[in-house]
Design a protein around this ligand. Structure first.
Ligand SMILES: *[C@@H]1O[C@H](CO)[C@@H](O)[C@H](O)[C@H]1NC(C)=O
Ligand SMILES: *[C@@H]1O[C@H](CO)[C@@H](O)[C@H](O)[C@H]1NC(C)=O
Length: 281
């Protein structure tokens, strides 16, 4: 190889490297880079070179996947299309989770299916130090079975925000004397039979004659601070979600949030069932 071709060779390698970097920055991680199938292996189908995953529930099994890493802060998002037609009794869930050595923290999106023609409900919940019971439920302003939508959780040291697309639907602020997740959590996604509680308080069961049921997922990038399970060190402002502008909602978000609460919220533990051991939060 003479000098000239050596230079061209290096140039090509450098260019290719840059393209790869740009590709990553643009955000197109495959499922396998960030997630493992953890339930119902033969009920999980990878589509489009791992850019899309289909989970299936039938009478034999549900299915699910879990992030390879634990995270101590981040912006966790999933693009989801829910099971169509008869989804009564089904639960499709996307959540952050740690349950180990007596520590249980959890941030939940749970989609509670329904009979045809009845709206699917979105439930959020927050567990801190093993204490949950903070359910809020919403109707959505679109049909979540028709198209993919983003559902996301921003978690920093000041607040936890739940978003549907770019609309904040829930804010859980770090408050003195109230538990707050400060152990690293994993991302978990699953489709399962929640017949005993999910729809109309458990009166509506999954009708497997109308199955199998399919939920679809896209966008497997994770913007998170990878961390050991304890002693998280994820407060650095080098992570954009830790920046001051994400410590509170901006005024536009605040207005959108108020509107959603007023218009689409159908259940709030604060109003409907505040357990005696919880403060409204
Ligand atoms: C849902 O119902 C529609 C209309 O009956 C049908 O075209 C479609 O295939 C069904 N989808 C699934 C996933 O069963
Ligand atoms: C947490 O883990 C314990 C012990 O493994 C288990 O009994 C319990 O059901 C788990 N809780 C949840 C909410 O998964």
């Amino acid at each position: 190889m003479n000098f000239r071709s050596w230079t061209i060779h290096n140039l090509i390698v450098a260019l290719f490297g840059t393209l790869l970097l740009l590709g990553n920055a643009k955000g197109d991680a495959s499922f396998d880079e960030n997630y493992d199938v953890t339930w119902g292996n033969d009920h999980v189908l990878s589509l489009n070179q791992g850019r899309e995953i289909r989970l299936l529930l039938d009478k034999y099994s549900g299915s699910g996947f879990t992030s390879k890493s634990f995270f101590g802060s981040g912006f966790f998002k999933m693009k989801i299309k829910l099971p169509a037609n008869d989804s009564g009794g089904l639960v499709t869930s996307f959540y952050l989770y740690l349950n180990e050595s007596g520590v249980h923290d959890e941030l939940d999106f749970e989609f509670l299916g329904n009979r045809p023609g009845k709206p699917i409900e979105l439930q959020t919940n927050v567990f801190t130090n093993g204490v949950g019971g903070r359910e809020q439920r919403y109707h959505l302003w679109f049909d979540p079975t028709m198209d993919f939508h983003y559902y996301s959780i921003l978690w920093n040291h000041y607040q936890i925000m739940f978003f549907v697309d770019d609309i904040p639907i829930r804010v859980f602020k770090k408050t003195l004397g109230v538990g707050y997740p400060d152990n690293a959590m994993q991302v978990v996604v699953s489709l399962w039979d929640g017949s005993d509680w999910a729809t109309d308080g458990g009166r509506v069961k999954v009708d497997f004659n109308n199955g199998p049921f399919e939920a679809y997922f896209q966008d497997f990038n994770i913007n998170g601070c990878v961390s050991p399970k304890r002693n998280i060190q994820c407060l650095s402002q080098d992570y954009w979600w830790n920046l001051k502008r994400y410590w509170i909602l901006n005024s536009k978000q605040q207005r959108a949030y108020e509107h959603v609460k007023k218009t689409y919220m159908i259940y709030d533990y604060c109003k409907n069932a505040l357990p005696t051991n919880l403060e409204c939060h």
